[in-house]
Design a protein around this ligand. Structure first.
Ligand SMILES: CC(C)C[C@H](NC(=O)CN)C(=O)O
Length: 714
C-alpha cells in the first residue's frame, strides 16, 4: 500500500468544487471520444475491410460491446483490492492506448497488400491484430470505467454532497460531448482516401485519431496527479467478501434444523467467523446488487438505437432541406439531446418537482426512466407501421415475383402462362411485379413469328424479364428484394445501344446486356456514357432507398442522353427520418432519469471500500442487456418489426413494475453512518478499526480455523 494516503485530505477548490475534478472530466471526455469514435466505424471496418457478412459483423460488434461492460468487474477488483483506483486507471489506460494503436495498425491495408490491388493479401494477420486490439481496448475501457466515476466521487469532501451530484451530471455530459464529437468526426475521417500504394478508405486515420485521444486522456489524468485524493485499496476485499458469503451459506446450511434460533439476515450466519463491519458492508452491497437484477432490460432496449433503429432509419428519408442526414448519423440525436436534457432536468425539472413537495427519489426516477424507454419503443412501433405501409410487397419464401422490361423496337403483348397478359411499350416496363406461387413459367411474345420461351423463377426472389432488341434472346435478371443498405439507391443499366458502352464507375456493357446493381448515395449523381469518341452525360437526383433500371436506347448519343428512360423497381423512402425524433427524445429522457441517477445511486449506496465494485455491478447490467440483444437477434425475430418493438416495450413495462415493487422495499442508507455505528458497537475508534480490518484481511483465516468457528471480539 504505497499510495499517498489521505483519508479525506483537504483539496484545492474552485467554486466549491475540487480542482482535481477538472482533470478527471477532461480525461473522461477524451476517453469517451476515443471509445465512441472507434465504435462508430467498427462495423464498417468488419464489413468492408475484413469483408465479413452483416451477421458476423453485427454479432462481433455486440460481443465486443458486451465485453467492454463485463471487464469493469476486473478493473474494480484490481482497484479495490490491489492497486487502488489511481494506479488502476493509469495502468489500464496504457493497455487501452496500446489496444487503440494496435487496432489502428491492423487497418493499414498496405502492410500485407504485396500485389498492390488495394485489398489486404493476408486477412488472418489483420483479423488477429484487430482482435488483439479489441481485447486490449475492452480490458482498458471496461477496466477503468468503474474506477474513473468512483475516483471522481472520492475527490469530494463531506460538505460537498450537492456538488457531488452535479459532478455526476457533468461527468455524463462529458461522456456525451466526447461521444457526439467523435461520432460526427470519425466517419468523415473514414470517408477520406489514403494509402501508400493504393488509395483506400482511410480506416487508419479513423482509428488513429481515437488512439491519439486515448494517449491525451492518459496524459491529462497523470497531469492532475498531485491534486487527487487517493484512497488506499483495502486488501483483497473481493476475496474476503466471497469467503464471508460462502461461510454464511455453509453455516446456515449446517444449522438448518428449526432448533436453532433464526437470525435477522442470512449474512448474520457469518457472525461466528467474520468481522461485523465486513458483514454490514456486504449486506449493503447485496441489497443494491439485488435491486440491479431487473435493470438489464432497460439496456436491451436502449442499445437497439445502434442496431434496429439505425436499420429503421435506412428505410426512411433523411432529406431535411438544409442538410441531408445519413441513417447512421441519426444516432447523434442521442448525445445532442443528452447535452440539452441533463441541464434542463438538473436545473429545472427536478427542482420543480421537489418544490411541488413530491419525493422523486432516485429509484422512482429510474422507474420512470424505464417507462420512458418503453414509450420510446411504442413510438418506434408506430413509425414502423407507417413505414410498412410504404414498403414494397416483397415475395414470401414460397412466391416469386416478375417484372417485364421491353427494349424491343415496338410495343409487345406479353403472355405469361397460364393467364397473365401484359401490354408493354417499347422502352417501358410492366406497371409492377407480378407474383407467382409457382416457379416454372412460359413467356410468349406477339412478334412475327411468335416467340415462346420457358423460364424457372427463383423461389422467394424478384426478377426482371429483359426483352432486348433481339427478343429471341430474352433473359431473366435478378432484382434486389430488400431495401438497399444504408439508405443508398441500387441502380443498373440495360444497354439498348448497338455497341459496347462504358459508363462511369461501371464495367463496360455489351449490347442488350444489363449491368449488375451499383449502390449510389442520395443526391445528384452524374454518369458519363462513352463509346469510342462519342459520349454524353446523364444526371439524376436520387432520394433514399430506391432501385432503378435505366434503359439506354440506340439514339442515346444523338439526343445527348435525353432519351434514357427509367424503370422504378423500388420506390424511394417516403417516411421522413424526423419521425424518429420523438422516440429518440423519449429514450434519452429515460436515459437521463435512469442512467445518470443509477450512476449516482451506485456511488452513494456503496461502502467506501466497495465503490468501484458497485460501479462495476452497475455497468454489468449494461453487458447483460447487450447479451440479451445478441440472444434475441440470434433466436430470430417476430414476423413484423413493429410487433417486436411492442413486445420489448411490454417486457420493459413488466420489468419496471417489478423494479418499482423492489424499490418500494429498499431503504436508502448512508454507508458511512452504518460503518460508524458498527465500529461504535464494537467499541473501536474509527482509525483503530480500520487497521484492525486490514490486519484481519491479511491473515489467511482458513488455515487457522480448521473447524471454521471463531468468535470475533464483538
Ligand atoms: C450507456 C453507458 C453505460 C453510459 C454512457 N453512455 C452514454 O451516456 C450514451 N448516451 C457511457 O459511459 O458511455
Amino acid at each position: 500500500m504505497d499510495e499517498t494516503t489521505k483519508k479525506k485530505k483537504k483539496t484545492a477548490e474552485c467554486c466549491g468544487y475540487p480542482i482535481s475534478i477538472f482533470f478527471i472530466v477532461v480525461n473522461e471526455f477524451c476517453e469517451r471520444f476515443s471509445y465512441y469514435g472507434m465504435r462508430a466505424v467498427l462495423v464498417l471496418y468488419f464489413r468492408y475491410f475484413l469483408l465479413w457478412d452483416d451477421d458476423l459483423a453485427t454479432s462481433i460488434y455486440h460481443a465486443f460491446v458486451a465485453l467492454c461492460y463485463l471487464t469493469p468487474i476486473l478493473g474494480a477488483i484490481i482497484a479495490d483490492s490491489w492497486l487502488g483506483k489511481f494506479k488502476t486507471i493509469i495502468y489500464l489506460s496504457i493497455v487501452y492506448a496500446i489496444g487503440q494503436v494496435t487496432m489502428a495498425i491492423s487497418t493499414i491495408h498496405d502492410i500485407t497488400d504485396a500485389n498492390r490491388d488495394g485489398t489486404p493479401d493476408n486477412f488472418t494477420f489483420h483479423i488477429a491484430l484487430s482482435m488483439l486490439g479489441l481485447i486490449l481496448i475492452a480490458l482498458g475501457t471496461g477496466g477503468i470505467k468503474p474506477c474513473v466515476a468512483a475516483f471522481g466521487g472520492d475527490q469530494f469532501q463531506e460538505h460537498q454532497s450537492r456538488q457531488l451530484n452535479t459532478f455526476f451530471s457533468v461527468f455524463y455530459l462529458c461522456i456525451n460531448a466526447g461521444s457526439l464529437l467523435s461520432t460526427l468526426i470519425t466517419p468523415v475521417l473514414r470517408a477520406q482516401e489514403c494509402g501508400i500504394h493504393t488509395q483506400q478508405q482511410c480506416y487508419p486515420l479513423a482509428f488513429g485519431v481515437p488512439a491519439v485521444l486515448m494517449v491525451i486522456s492518459l496524459v491529462v489524468f497523470i497531469a492532475g496527479s498531485g491534486m487527487y485524493v487517493k484512497t488506499d485499496p483495502e486488501g483483497n476485499i473481493m476475496w474476503s467478501v466471497c469467503k464471508c458469503i460462502g461461510f454464511a451459506i455453509k453455516n446456515r446450511f449446517r444449522h438448518r434444523s428449526s432448533s436453532y434460533p433464526k437470525r435477522e439476515h442470512w449474512m448474520d450466519w457469518a457472525n461466528e467467523k467474520y468481522d461485523k463491519l465486513l458483514i454490514a458492508q456486504i449486506k449493503m452491497v447485496l441489497k443494491v446488487l439485488f435491486l440491479y437484477i431487473p435493470l438489464p432490460m432497460f439496456w436491451t432496449l436502449f442499445d437497439q438505437k445502434g442496431s434496429r433503429w439505425t436499420l429503421q432509419a435506412t428505410t426512411m428519408s433523411g432529406d431535411f432541406g438544409a442538410f441531408i442526414l445519413q441513417p447512421d448519423q441519426m444516432q447523434t440525436v442521442n448525445p445532442i439531446l443528452i447535452l440539452t436534457l441533463v441541464p434542463i432536468m438538473d436545473r429545472l425539472i427536478f427542482p420543480l418537482i421537489q418544490k411541488c413537495g413530491l419525493n422523486f427519489s432516485p429509484l422512482k426516477r429510474m422507474t420512470v426512466g424505464m417507462l420512458f424507454a418503453a414509450m420510446a419503443f411504442v413510438s418506434a412501433a408506430l413509425v414502423q407501421i407507417e413505414i410498412d405501409k410504404t414498403l414494397p410487397n416483397f415475395p414470401s419464401s414460397s412466391e416469386s415475383q416478375l417484372k417485364v422490361v421491353n427494349t424491343y423496337s415496338t410495343t409487345l403483348n406479353v403472355t405469361i402462362s397460364p393467364n397473365e397478359h401484359l401490354l408493354i411499350e417499347s422502352f417501358g416496363s410492366s406497371a409492377d411485379y407480378v407474383t407467382f406461387d409457382h416457379q416454372d413459367i412460359t413467356v410468349s411474345l406477339n412478334t412475327n413469328p411468335v416467340i415462346t420461351k420457358a423460364f424457372s423463377l427463383i423461389k422467394g426472389g424478384r426478377q426482371t424479364l429483359i426483352i432486348p432488341s433481339d427478343p429471341t434472346v430474352m433473359y431473366l435478371k435478378e432484382d434486389v428484394k430488400s431495401k438497399p443498405r444504408e439508405g443508398k439507391n441500387a441502380i443498373r443499366f440495360v444497354n439498348g445501344y448497338t455497341a459496347d458502352l462504358n459508363i462511369t464507375n461501371l464495367d463496360s456493357i455489351e449490347p442488350s446486356a444489363t449491368t449488375n446493381y451499383t449502390l449510389v448515395n442520395q443526391g445528384k449523381r452524374d454518369f458519363v456514357l462513352r463509346h469510342g469518341e462519342q459520349w454524353c452525360e446523364f444526371s439524376r437526383k436520387f432520394g433514399f432507398g430506391a432501385s432503378y433500371t435505366f434503359l439506354i436506347p440506340s439514339t442515346v448519343f444523338s439526343d445527348d442522353c435525353e432519351s434514357i428512360t427509367e424503370v422504378e423497381d423500388m420506390k424511394p423512402n417516403s417516411v421522413h427520418m424526423a419521425l424518429q425524433i420523438p422516440q429518440y427524445f423519449l429514450i434519452t429522457t429515460g436515459e437521463v432519469m435512469f442512467s445518470v441517477t443509477g450512476l449516482q445511486f451506485s456511488y452513494s449506496q456503496a461502502p467506501k471500500n466497495m465503490k468501484s465494485v458497485l460501479q462495476a455491478g452497475w455497468l454489468c447490467t449494461n453487458a447483460v442487456g447487450n447479451i440479451i440483444v445478441l440472444i434475441v437477434a440470434e433466436l430470430g425475430k417476430l414476423p413484423k418489426q413493429w410487433a417486436e418493438y411492442l413486445l420489448f416495450a411490454s417486457l420493459l413495462v413488466a420489468v419496471s413494475i417489478i423494479f418499482s415493487i423492489m424499490a418500494y422495499f429498499y431503504t436508502y442508507i448512508d454507508p458511512a453512518e452504518i460503518e460508524a455505528q458498527v465500529r461504535k458497537e464494537q467499541g473501536l475508534e474509527p482509525e483503530e478499526m480500520e487497521k484492525e480490518t486490514i490486519e484481519m484481511e491479511e491473515k489467511d483465516e482458513d488455515q487457522k480455523n480448521e473447524q471454521g468457528v471463531k468468535q470475533t471480539k464483538i
